[in-house]
Design a protein around this ligand. Structure first.
Ligand SMILES: Nc1ncnc2c1ncn2[C@@H]1O[C@H](COP(=O)(O)OP(=O)(O)O)[C@@H](O)[C@H]1O
Ligand SMILES: [Mg+2]
Length: 370
């Protein structure tokens, strides 16, 4: 692990909650292996075509002008490649990357200390940027726009603000919910990339690439099986690959075949659609306890014993993407596919699609329980 990666591991540890073998967040085991599996250039990144092309234009233009690129905001569910892209931005610009995270910046002074230590053209990566404290956020607006901050010395009537110049830098922010960022902060990013869940074909390439790097022997069908159950998420694909490899070593001859992958994934409770325990719990509660909805996301979170944030940022986007859950002005509803997936028969009065569904990418626009 490099110093950068060690710092990142520490920053991530501030937030990570372990959810077993599935779940998009990184655990300690992931972080160690991820360092080895991360693509290190844009050309190596699999999928995310549009983001990759847009980003490569932004970086190429900046290089031609010999200026730090515009600030970049990366948003999307955990495990889709935000940290990877931040590292790639710095690598492609051949500049050092400084890492921190929103929860680590509790005072404006913490941010001032980081900013004043930056050099011309450095990339500052702020993970979980939506969790930064308000005063730090306000300091960041000014730093992003004017490359200057006011450091306040003293308290009360005697306090003075000392302006401090900062060399031009590029801020890369990552967030699981762009909608939670205050408008003024969002507006100061010159480029915003929203990362989407990956297609099975892309995950298949990722699994093969990782297997190559880790020296795992796997068949085409084995790779395809892992890819199709990875919940559209590269981090989960890499994690499942490691768990399936364990299974292949202990219970078979070490080769990851379709049969081995199948048995291992059943053992780890990942279903054919890639739904994990939390995803299934949410659907189950929605259908069995709330008759398919509509029900508010906070109520759902309480019912499954999870934080509202986790349900909204981790489970819900994937359920919407699979077509199992819809967000409506009156709350979340289960779709016919959800009832079918659980092997249940929907009641005659199930609320399918009556009110128009809104996209999962939007912040809790119509939450009934906010
Ligand atoms: N496009 C990609 N191609 C190949 N591997 C990827 C890609 N995106 C992510 N990964 C893998 O998934 C892991 C998690 O990615 P990461 O950037 O840490 O996600 P995030 O910061 O969004 O939670 C990385 O270790 C990397 O190996
Ligand atoms: Mg990350």
């Amino acid at each position: 692990m490099s110093a950068d990666e060690a710092a990142l591991a520490a920053a991530e540890a501030a937030y990570v909650e372990s959810r077993g073998v599935v779940g998009g967040e990184a655990d300690g085991d992931d972080r160690a292996v991820e360092a080895a599996l991360r693509p290190t250039s844009l050309a190596e990144v699999i999928g995310q075509e549009r983001v990759r092309e847009q980003l490569s234009l932004v970086l190429e233009a900046a290089r031609a002008r010999e200026r730090a690129p515009d600030h970049v905001l990366l948003s999307g569910p955990p495990g889709l490649g935000k940290t990877t892209l931040a590292m790639i931005i710095a690598a492609e610009m051949s500049t050092p990357l400084r890492l921190t995270s929103g929860p680590a910046i509790t005072h404006a002074g913490d941010l001032a200390a980081i900013l004043s230590g930056m050099n011309d053209g450095d990339v500052l990566f702020v993970d979980e940027i939506h969790r930064m404290s308000r005063p730090a956020e306000e300091m960041l607006y000014m730093a992003m726009e004017d490359f200057r901050v006011d450091v306040v010395i003293g308290k009360g009537p005697g306090a003075t603000a000392i302006p401090l110049e900062i060399p031009p830098f590029t801020l890369v922010g990552a967030t699981t919910r762009a909608g939670l960022l205050p408008g003024p902060l969002r507006d100061r990013f010159g480029f915003t990339a929203h990362l989407e869940f990956y297609e099975v074909g892309e995950l298949d390439q990722i699994v093969r690439r990782s297997a190559g790097l880790l020296g795992v022997d796997l068949t085409d069908e084995g790779a395809a099986e892992i890819a199709s159950r990875s919940r559209g998420t590269p981090r989960i694909a890499n994690r499942l690959l490691r768990r399936v490899r364990d299974f292949a070593q202990v219970r078979a001859d070490g080769v990851v075949t379709l049969g081995v992958a199948h048995q291992a994934l059943d053992l780890y409770e990942v279903d054919e659609s890639g739904l994990d325990r939390l995803d299934r719990a949410v659907l189950d509660v929605l259908c069995r306890r709330f008759a398919g909805g509509p029900v508010g996301v906070s109520t759902l979170a309480v019912a499954v014993g999870e934080e509202r944030e986790t349900v909204e940022e981790v489970a819900e986007p994937f359920l919407v993407r699979c077509g199992f859950l819809a967000r409506t002005p009156r709350g979340r509803v289960a779709t016919p596919a959800a009832w079918q997936h659980l092997g249940l028969t929907a009641p005659a009065n199930a609320p399918f699609g009556s009110p128009p569904a809104v996209s999962a990418g939007e912040p809790g626009l119509f939450d009934t329980d906010e």
